[in-house]
Design a protein around this ligand. Structure first.
Ligand code: HAM
Length: 429
């Protein structure tokens, strides 16, 4: 006997995005593509799964994303694979594999998988819009990348987004900083949260990321990476900040901004939506990763990029009343009271002419069809009853009530609809 089973649902921490909400997603991606297209970025599509060692080497075993959250599996050929927890390492892997000319500018939209404890704004499958640029360490590129993200938030009408920046230094200057930080944290070990009291030696930078009040109080006074930058890194960071100022991109220095992925060097940044609850208010972040290409077996190649979480971004839009949901509506709804052939043909005729047309099915009553036409939000109803069928005409009715209802010849329906939709409301055509 079949076992009684619970109904199937989307896995914990994931969600279905259905119409009409999904129309917002489509528009969001289109706006992003437009925004980054203006700066010369092209779409990169790479597999959703990769060899797990890409992420181990690229992001770092020590990071939570790889160490605790990665969706890893052995495939049927015995290979150790992982669903991508983020978009950067795969794009850099593709760059190394195909060595396109530099600077190489790519954008992407992708799901990302992390085995997190789900809560509002934190999911096991989330989606990111992002860019990556490979092949130059020019600080003006950092300015371009950061300001692209800032402009995109602006495109959506978001106003309450704050930008924090920091520099993580580089292989030359970071060891001295980490040593100083470790020494400082050890001197105040007893004040740290339970998790970090025991773990500070292994990776003191992680403590800076801790949001618990005990750790926050200690790290408030911790040594700052920006005070340890060598001459080249300090000059780089200075030029980035001056560039942001020059472009009017408001930002503030956040010396504790270390981010959760281990590949960062020099510039790091994060955008926080202040309309959201502070726990999950990062709506985007990124930075330089000048050692990443080499870490995964490629030639030393500087790079920088960002990722923007789509779900959180939309939550921020909702919280601000920005980027409202505007599903497309039909230009015309064909109401056929004569058996359906007219609706079949007329809807197709309108669509071939580039107009959005809908119709009812299943021989519904006149009343039901008109109700459906109203609900669809259509601008116009094109109605054909027995009388119109005999006369070879159709009635074109303005469902928003601004133009007079008119009977027009069947052959003139498309032109009439087009004129009304374009706002050229004339008399009979
Ligand atoms: P990330 O900060 O880990 O960076 O993720 C980027 C954005 O994705 C976050 O700011 C947040 O909006 C969203 N996000 C991350 N995890 C979740 C989650 N569990 N649920 C919902 N949204 C989430 C990266 O992934 C880097 N690859 C960014 C980058 C690109 N750095 C350089 N280039």
């Amino acid at each position: 006997m079949a076992e009684a089973q619970a109904p199937l649902r989307a896995p914990k921490g994931t969600q279905d995005v259905l119409w009409p909400e999904s129309t917002r997603w489509a528009e969001l991606v289109a706006r992003f593509a437009r925004r980054v297209g203006l700066a010369g970025y092209g779409l990169a599509l790479t597999p959703l799964f990769e060899e797990a060692r890409l992420f181990r080497r690229g992001i770092g075993e020590e990071s939570e994303v790889v160490g605790k959250e990665m969706y890893e599996f052995t495939d049927r050929g015995g290979r150790d694979m992982a669903l991508r927890p983020e978009g950067t390492a795969p794009v850099v892997r593709a760059f190394v594999q195909h060595h396109p000319p530099v600077p190489w500018k790519a954008w992407y939209v992708t799901p990302a998988f992390r085995y997190e404890q789900p809560q509002a704004g934190r999911y096991r499958q989330h989606h990111q819009l992002g860019v990556e640029v490979l092949g130059t360490d020019d600080p003006d590129l950092d300015v371009e990348v950061v300001s692209l993200a800032a402009a995109f938030y602006g495109d959506l009408g978001l106003r309450r987004v704050e930008l924090s920046v920091n520099s993580m230094g580089c292989a030359e200057d970071r060891p001295a900083y980490v040593a100083a930080l470790r020494e400082y944290l050890a001197s105040r070990r007893d004040e740290l949260c339970d998790e970090h009291r025991g773990r500070l030696e292994a990776n003191p930078l992680r403590v800076l990321d801790c949001k618990r009040p005990r750790c926050r109080a200690v790290t408030e006074e911790a040594p700052r990476m920006v005070d340890f930058l060598d001459e080249a890194c300090a000059a780089h960071f200075g030029r980035v900040r001056a560039g942001l100022d020059a472009l009017g991109v408001a930002h503030r220095l956040e010396p504790r901004l270390v981010r959760g992925l281990d590949y960062y060097t020099r510039t790091t940044f994060e955008f926080a939506a202040t309309a959201l609850d502070t726990a999950q208010n990062a709506v985007g972040g990124g930075g330089r990763y000048n050692g990443l290409a080499e870490a995964i077996g490629g030639p030393p190649t500087p790079g920088i990029g960002f990722g923007i979480g789509i779900e959180r971004l939309l939550l921020a839009c909702d919280a601000e009343g920005a980027f409202p949901l505007a599903p497309p509506v039909p230009d015309a709804f064909v109401v056929d009271l004569t058996g359906g052939e007219v609706a079949r043909d007329l809807a197709e005729e309108l669509r071939r002419a580039g107009l959005a047309a809908e119709r009812a099915f299943d021989g519904r009553s006149a009343k039901a069809q008109l109700r459906q036409a109203d609900r669809s939000g259509a601008r116009l109803a094109v109605i054909v009853g027995a009388e119109e069928l005999a006369a070879g005409t159709a009635r074109v009715k303005d469902l928003r009530g601004t133009a007079p209802e008119l009977a027009v010849a069947r052959a003139a329906v498309v032109e009439r609809v087009r004129a009304l939709v374009a706002g050229r409301e004339g008399g009979p055509s």
